[in-house]
Design a protein around this ligand. Structure first.
Ligand SMILES: [Zn+2]
Ligand SMILES: [Zn+2]
Length: 811
């Protein structure tokens, strides 16, 4: 067989162009046309960047355009990642190019721009007094002085730049061309100096008095591979410059790495493996067998809070490293799980690369390249790290696998956990899914025999789980419902013993409603069907859906009445109430308003760990993986919101959220206690949380879902149709429902069309349909066909259709 170079290639686009297009490869590019590289190709009338995803001998259509340029010397994605991104595109019903763009670090795409230059005819016209219209001479003179100029920059100077440039181009006096702008994010380099080949520092021909130059040569000889320029100069830049001028010293650019985690204490492993319990050892052994056999094995590690799941991950990964394999570890949010990240750094030091959104563009690009070059053996990161370019990946870990933040809520709407499982499957590798509150999806698969289940039923060192009490708010007067007497009493005791407490309330702001007492209207967002939340700090009303904000009105918008009242409470009001009730306690708040960046979150969590906070008030941000031994009390201010969301997963999510929050108590040697305030003390979810009984949740919730034909017993796709015109969205939803039925969706497998619970968002009216089916393949195929037919229909005009495969949140 002879190796042939491809004559045609398929190119995917990071835009709405749904399927890859075929281009002819000019001779001179053929040997470089390898899949996984970025290319520049004409699309419509403009050259755009696309991804080369396949090669072919013959074109599928007779007329193909030519590829213009290949932008990468080496592929950015290997065959495995191309296959994975392709699967994501097919499964989640989205363009392949969008998935590839998500898989690559942001900002590396080249941009193209149009540049204008003077032709020789143009120059002759200027010099020879040829005919030029008003403004043209000045325009050409400006261009000639600069050689060429970008059209965008010219447009800022001349309002008619585009017309001028194209008018001159038509007459051959100027030229408009495309230029590829270098990527915005490039490797950072510093100049390095080294001796030129054959130079001996002792015999180099230097003037006798040039002692500084001689010293520089000696230092460079001693350094071997060279020194950064500033260091080589050793305070005498002039002497170094003289050596460079004489050719005795060479300068070259050397790449440096920007990495905020590369501080010295992070590089030296300081943590040793712990002794494993029998249950932990079982998990490690199971994974080790699969590793040795290079076999796909999904393991659900179901361990109660504080049962030592992380130690299982660490030792399983050590086994993979011992076999020269690499590891990928997904965590829900880096900022909220500093403890997990720190344990990886402590155990494996500089072999770990941390990928997260707190990194600046350049830092993220550096970390990505370090991984691609094989310089890091373990990648720890949030959702998008699932695409990390690890060439020898041998084990995958998904911590807190139930966490809804693994689902991306914009296109491509992939689920990080499920992509991680597919990645392990394609590679033939074990994957550990860890959780104290497994998703019903994962648990169902252990029951069906598709995943192995490993249970860690006890906390390490046999520490007891916190005692959970339910406070019945129906028996408590209105004024005390924020901080009920039993909660105040528990807080008083906690503070008296010098211990710490967490208070959880899943609503930001001060008051959640500004209500008119005359007509009953609430101040709402003008763009969304949702009421505005009052934020006390800035004295503003704010929409939590679209971020619209305004000053509170003096009079009711509906009736002009003046008796306006603030109702409902958020974390700001809770913080104020706690400070009033416990004036000597050190109180802090953690929510998106008080700690918006990962650096701020880290600061608050460090203050909590260091004992500088007595009571921490916050949203679900306080419920994630930190582990402060002195926290012995957790108070849930109101469990009711979470129980009553119009979403079939509300119960499951409430159980997970409350169990995780409650589980923050008693992680040290003192027992923990939790109080949950509610108007529904007998709700089955609260009973399950109180008993910390996952089996009870599985039984109750599982039965409901099976009866109603909902996931995990079926697969689902959520279709949302939205339009600025209410009637158009409603009509389109009815049409899509009709098309789905026409393509074989049974009526009982279709819920809706119905208005989305928050009906209007950012000025768009929204309708939804939930489509279900027994298997993903058949369901997705039907939805895809109905979608194609819908997009071709006149009803689709002015309507946006979003498809969400395996939706995690319905509201
Ligand atoms: Zn009113
Ligand atoms: Zn809004």
């Amino acid at each position: 067989m002879t190796t042939t170079t491809p004559a045609y290639v398929d190119v995917a686009f990071p835009t709405s162009v749904e399927t890859p297009l075929t281009y002819r490869v000019p001779e001179e590019w053929r040997e470089f046309a390898t899949p996984g590289k970025r290319v520049l190709v004409p699309l419509g009338r403009r050259p755009v960047t696309g991804y080369l995803v396949g090669t072919r001998e013959h074109p599928p259509v007779s007329s193909t355009k030519d590829l213009q340029e290949i932008l990468d010397a080496e592929p950015l994605l290997d065959a495995h990642l191309l296959e994975l991104t392709r699967w994501v595109a097919d499964y989640y019903l989205c363009p392949w190019g969008e998935v590839i763009r998500t898989a690559l670090p942001p900002g590396i795409d080249s941009l193209t721009r149009q540049v204008v230059r003077v032709t020789s005819a143009g120059a002759a016209a200027m010099d020879g007094g040829g005919f030029l219209r008003t403004g043209e001479r000045e325009f050409l003179a400006f261009l000639r002085a600069r050689g060429e100029a970008p059209l965008a920059a010219l447009s800022r100077r001349w309002r008619r730049a585009r017309a001028l440039a194209h008018g001159l181009a038509r007459r051959g006096l100027a030229e408009v061309g495309d230029e590829v702008r270098p990527p915005r994010i490039r490797p950072m380099t510093v100049p390095h100096c080294a001796l030129s080949p054959g130079v001996d520092p002792e015999t180099a021909p230097l003037p006798r008095r040039a002692t500084r130059q001689r010293a520089i040569l000696r230092a460079l000889a001693a350094a071997g591979t060279g020194l950064p320029r500033s260091e080589a100069a050793a305070g005498s830049p002039a002497a170094l410059a003289a050596l460079i001028l004489q050719g005795l010293v060479q300068v070259r650019e050397v790449e440096v790495t920007r990495d905020p985690f590369a501080h010295p204490e992070g590089l030296v492993p300081s943590d040793l493996p712990l002794h494993l319990t029998a249950a932990q050892a079982e998990g490690v052994a199971l994974v080790q067998t699969a590793l040795a056999e290079r076999r796909f094995l999904p393991v659900l590690l179901y361990g109660v809070t504080g049962s030592g799941k992380t130690e299982v991950y660490l030792q399983a990964i050590q086994n993979a490293l011992d076999q020269a394999r690499q590891a990928l570890v997904l965590v829900p949010e880096i900022a909220l799980t500093p403890l997990t990240v720190r344990r990886f750094l402590a155990r494996f030091g500089g072999r770990v690369a941390v990928l997260h959104s707190g990194l600046r563009g350049g830092e993220r690009y550096d970390a990505w390249r370090r991984v691609r070059r094989g310089e890091a053996d373990i990648v720890v990161g949030a959702r998008s790290a699932v695409f990390a370019p690890l060439p020898r990946l041998g084990i995958v870990v998904v911590d807190e696998e139930h966490d809804p933040s693994y689902k991306q809520e914009e296109v491509p709407r992939y689920h990080g956990r499920d992509v991680a499982i597919m990645r392990a499957k394609l590679l033939g590798a074990p994957v550990i899914l860890g959780s104290a509150t497994p998703s019903l999806e994962s648990f169902e698969r252990t029951q069906a025999g598709r995943y192995r289940l490993v249970r860690l039923a006890q906390r390490i060192e046999a520490r007891p789980l916190p005692r959970v009490e339910v406070v019945d708010l129906r028996r408590i007067g209105g004024r005390d419902r924020l901080l009920s007497p039993p909660l105040v009493e528990a807080l008083t005791g906690c503070l008296a013993r010098g211990e710490q407490a967490l208070l959880f309330l899943n609503r930001r702001g001060f008051s959640t409603l500004l209500l008119c007492e005359e007509c009953g209207a609430a101040a709402g967002c003008p763009h969304c069907s949702i009421s505005l939340t009052y934020h006390a700090g800035q004295g503003r009303l704010r929409c939590h859906t679209c971020d619209f904000e305004r000053r509170p009105p003096e009079r009711c918008q509906a009736c002009q009445g003046s008796r306006l009242r603030y109702l409902g409470f958020g974390t700001q009001q809770l913080e104020v109430a706690v400070r009033e009730r416990f004036p000597r306690a050190r109180v802090a708040r953690m929510d998106r308003d008080a700690a918006g960046t990962w650096r701020e979150v880290t600061r608050v969590l460090e203050a909590l760990e260091g004992g500088a906070i007595d009571i921490l008030v916050g949203t679900q941000m306080i419920g994630k993986g930190h582990d402060v031994p002195n926290v012995t009390l957790v108070g849930v201010i109101s469990a009711d919101m979470a129980l009553h969301l119009p979403d079939f997963r509300a119960g499951e999510h409430a159980f997970a959220l409350l169990t995780q929050v409650v589980g923050r108590a008693g992680r040290g040697d003192r027992p923990g206690r939790a109080l949950i305030q509610t108007f529904n003390p007998d709700h089955y979810i609260l009973r399950a949380v109180q008993a910390q009984d996952y089996a009870a949740l599985w039984e109750a919730e599982g039965e409901l879902r099976r009866d109603q034909g909902l996931p995990p017993f079926t697969r689902a796709v959520l279709a949302v149709l939205s339009s600025p015109e209410a009637a158009a969205a409603e009509r389109a939803a009815a049409e899509l429902a009709r098309l789905l039925r026409a393509h074989g969706v049974r009526p009982d497998a279709l819920s809706g069309p119905a208005p989305v619970p928050v009906y209007r968002v950012r000025g768009r009216y929204r309708w939804q349909l939930l489509v279900r089916g027994p298997d993903a393949g058949g369901l997705h195929a039907r939805v895809r066909e109905a979608e194609r037919a819908f997009r071709a229909s006149p009803m689709a005009r002015g309507v946006r259709l979003d498809l969400d495969v395996d939706p995690v949140r319905l509201c």
